[in-house]
Design a protein around this ligand. Structure first.
Ligand code: 5AD
Ligand code: FES
Length: 330
């Protein structure tokens, strides 16, 4: 689809159900009925950046900050592997305490478990990305957040849109399965720019796309902004599936925060991945990117069983492999 077509579909809500169904069909035909689970470890909520929407932004003094150290991260990963996860995602704020040596050591230890490893630790240099790849990291998540350059500048003080794009192209060229994505419902975000976001995903040939509605956080400059619309975020996700048929698309936690059936609805509208939290319960509430995050009082075992039940209830099953794009058996 071109920009005009995408904009038209995004603006017209009379055929939404047909669109969600079509995305579901494209998902089934291209990536099948298996759902890939990724065990998410939120290992540090310390962040040097100031994204205006994010509760973990450095000026927020009301967060109790934590770092999980190497041995604990590895134990958490081992527990996730015992629960059946075949991918571990390491996510954090942009926390310089974890330098290249620390991260590569953690990567090497976790890769001993015969799992795929995804990093989601922010913008780095080409050489840093290269070291992560050499150490065994398979995938990297870095949402572009928005391709509207002016809005990007407005939302990310002291950051550079060019550098964010540079990171994504570097990751692709280094052979990472590269994940990006956007927020839906940021203040002053236009429908046209959401169409551009989808075209950008296609342009960089993203392997994974995460899309979530914006949820205002009390301790950020956007506390009085309106929240994003669940159904519009779902629509951007469905259009992403239709335009990038064989990629991996998670049913995001932010969707479930706005709608108690959010992840299941997403799995039936184009998504084929879920990323349950496997972090110890003691840290979960402190990783408050946005308020109302699900599962903050639950144990990893509970989330594993919970999500499997929901997936089976809609007639889908959990994949037993690592879930690489285009390599359904690996
Ligand atoms: N609402 C929804 N999603 C958010 N993120 C950060 N802050 C918010 C918020 N207030 C998303 C960003 C980031 C991901 C880890 O969380 O898109 O890339
Ligand atoms: Fe955590 Fe349902 S996924 S309780």
């Amino acid at each position: 689809m071109n920009k005009e077509e995408l904009t038209e579909i995004l603006s017209d809500n009379s055929n939404n159900n047909r669109l969600y169904k079509e995305a579901d069909r494209v998902r089934r035909e291209n990536v099948g009925d298996k759902v890939h689970l990724r065990g998410l470890i939120e290992f540090s909520n310390i962040c040097k950046r100031q994204c205006k929407y994010c509760g973990l932004r450095s000026p927020n003094k009301d967060v109790e900050r934590y770092r999980i150290l190497k041995d604990d991260i590895i134990n958490t990963a081992a527990n996730a592997v015992n629960l059946g996860y075949r991918t571990i995602v390491l996510q954090s704020g942009e926390d310089d305490y974890y330098d290249t040596d620390k991260i590569t050591e953690i990567i090497r230890e976790i890769k001993k478990f015969d799992v795929a490893l995804t990093l989601s630790i922010g913008e780095k240099t080409y050489d840093e990305f290269k070291e992560f790849k050499k150490a065994g990291a398979d995938r990297y998540l870095l949402r572009i957040e928005t391709t509207d350059e002016n809005l990007y500048k407005e939302m990310h003080p002291h950051a550079s849109y060019e550098n964010r794009k540079r990171c994504l192209y570097d990751l692709k060229s280094l052979g990472f399965e590269t994940g990006t994505g956007c927020l839906v419902g940021l203040p002053n975000q236009t429908i046209e720019s959401l169409a551009d976001d989808i075209l950008f995903f296609k342009e960089i040939d993203a392997d994974m796309i995460g899309i979530g509605p914006f949820i205002p956080h009390e301790q950020t400059p956007l506390k009085d902004a309106s929240k994003g619309d669940f159904w519009l975020a779902l629509k951007v996700m469905a259009l992403t599936r239709i335009n990038l048929p064989n990629i991996n698309i998670p049913a995001t936690t932010a969707m479930e925060t706005l709608n108690p059936q959010g992840r299941i609805i997403a799995l039936q509208s184009g998504a084929n991945v879920v990323m349950p939290n496997v972090t110890s319960t003691e840290y979960r509430a402190k990783y408050e990117i946005y308020p109302g995050k699900i599962c903050i009082n639950d144990q990893p075992e509970k989330c594993r069983g919970c999500i499997e039940g929901k997936i089976r209830a809609i007639g889908r099953t959990i994949s037993k492999n690592k879930g690489f794009r285009n390599k359904p058996n690996l």
